[in-house]
Design a protein around this ligand. Structure first.
Ligand SMILES: CCCCCCCC/C=C\CCCCCCCC(=O)N[C@@H](CCCCN)C(=O)O
Ligand SMILES: [Zn+2]
Ligand SMILES: [Zn+2]
Length: 454
């Protein structure tokens, strides 16, 4: 297609037809109803994952029968689509999303977490934000474009992992190795991991788009205390549970150092400065002077605190076998999210220096270093394309800033294919929405989902 024709053919109209709107939201609901839960590394709901594969064929028939799209199943349940563009001189890019979700017990939900029910303009359910919205929106947009005779100029890949929530070892890692073996290099990758932030900074009323150009590392550290079991009627002064509880409490009470001065956060705030009125704009423009006060303020809130330091979350604690038996062993697992200015080894040392108890043994279950910073200057193709796309789809958004993703994403498995790794979901997110991710009442507004399909 010539350029003008191509532009005409490839454009999705700003309004979807009534029928398209209904189809797209019903398709998302159907996806939520398939419980593709990842429980532990290597422990997935394989029946649901297989069903999800069949479901995609059913709701996106055009994607699967288009001659210039190759579909491959990788690692049994992950999916790789290669969409061949008309201009082979352009380096391809890649869109990522994941099919699996974290578990969701029914308690506390307004509607059952795998019902996909709609209430007051929202679709509820596990995966509506993390991350079946992206899986479905990417394929839905492609389906609609293909129906409108779209042929892309630039080739691209769509990689849908099935075990992101437990490591990505069977999905993303295998897809990345497969593409590397084929000699593929991509211009950039776009994954989940950031949003249009709405209400995250109290003095900023206007939402802003944050594209994550880096990602915190993580460390799952299991701490173990052993003690001699015996009759609880003649207990020792401290049990393994007591010793471990004290160690864990010291970790919780002693936050890791504030790293505000090192890293991207200063750039994020400087770029945001013009969105604020006096005096915050002056403060953000002069962080060399005001950083001590700003870094203190950021510590007050759980989300902004996660941007200034390595966080410590005690997520598992197991001990005891019977009420009248002194417990032989107590184990706790601590999940650290490592600030990009620190390393795994530094965090292990800091943890040991805080606990200072040689009765505690440490076992590293999983460790990932923080990710490098992807380019976000004027010549960075991926960043600039994402920025321009945000500005055109959301004209009311006046600023796009680079940031750091506080969670982990599958994109970390693709550093062998590109240096341009960007994390952004085109959705408005409030702090309340954020609490639904891995929490209760995860939901997406029908309107926001429709926008994600543009
Ligand atoms: C001054 C700016 C304030 C901005 C505040 C930023 C708020 C951050 C908001 C959203 C980030 C959410 C990211 C959602 C992605 C979730 C991905 C995820 O759950 N990944 C898992 C992977 C586990 C892999 C096994 N180790 C995870 O990180 O646990
Ligand atoms: Zn996710
Ligand atoms: Zn998640």
């Amino acid at each position: 297609l010539r350029d003008a024709e191509h532009r005409r053919a490839s454009r999705i109209p700003s309004q979807f037809s009534q029928e398209e709107s209904v189809t797209m939201k019903e398709s998302l609901k159907g996806a939520i109803q398939i419980p593709t839960v990842s429980f532990n590394p290597g422990e997935f709901n394989t029946t649901a994952l297989a069903e999800f594969g069949e479901y995609m064929h059913r709701v996106f028939p055009t994607v699967f029968r288009t001659s210039f799209i190759r579909h491959e199943v990788v690692g049994e349940y992950s999916h790789l689509f290669t969409v061949q563009g008309s201009d082979p001189s352009l380096q391809p890019y890649m869109l990522l999303a994941h099919i699996d979700v974290v578990p969701a017990p029914d308690q506390g939900w307004e509607v059952p977490p795998f019902s996909g029910l709609e209430r007051d303009g929202f679709i509820y359910g596990r995966g509506t934000l993390d991350n079946k919205n992206s899986v479905m929106a990417i394929l839905q947009a492609l389906e609609l474009l293909l129906i409108r005779n779209y042929i892309p100029r630039r080739s691209f890949f769509i990689a849908l992992g099935h075990d992101e929530e437990v490591s990505g070892a069977h999905g993303a890692q295998k897809i990345s190795a497969l593409l590397q073996a084929r000699g593929v290099q991509v211009a950039f990758v776009v994954d989940e991991g950031s949003f249009i932030m709405d209400g995250f900074i109290p003095s900023l009323k206007k939402p802003f788009a944050m594209v994550s150009v880096s990602e915190k590392g993580s460390l799952d550290l299991m701490m173990e205390v052993n003690s001699t079991p015996g009759h609880s009627s003649a207990p020792p002064k401290e049990t393994s549970i007591g010793i471990l509880a004290a160690a864990v409490s010291r970790l919780e009470q002693t936050p890791m150092p504030n790293m505000f001065g090192s890293g991207l956060l200063k750039i994020t705030l400087q770029q945001l400065a013009k969105e604020f009125s006096f005096p915050v704009n002056v403060i953000f423009n002069n962080l060399w002077l005001f950083w001590p006060i700003v870094s203190r303020l950021m510590e007050r809130d759980n989300i902004s605190n996660a941007l200034v330091r390595t966080t410590t979350a005690v997520t598992m604690f197991n001990a005891g076998i019977k009420v009248n038996v002194i417990p032989p062993v107590a184990r706790a697992t601590v999940n650290f999210r490592i600030h990009p200015a620190q390393t795994v080894q530094e965090v292990i040392k800091l943890a040991k220096d805080i606990v200072v108890d040689d009765r505690v043994q440490y076992h590293v279950l999983e460790a990932v270093e923080p990710l490098p910073v992807s380019p976000f200057d004027d010549r960075a193709l991926g960043y600039q394309l994402i920025r321009q796309t945000i500005e055109s789809v959301f004209p009311e958004i006046s600023i796009v800033v680079p940031g750091t993703c506080i969670a982990q994403t599958d994109s970390r498995h693709y550093t062998n294919l590109t240096t341009g790794i960007y994390r952004f979901n085109p959705i408005y997110l409030t702090p309340q929405d954020f609490s639904g991710i891995h929490g209760i009442n995860e939901r997406i507004s029908v309107q926001a989902y429709e926008m994600q399909n543009r």
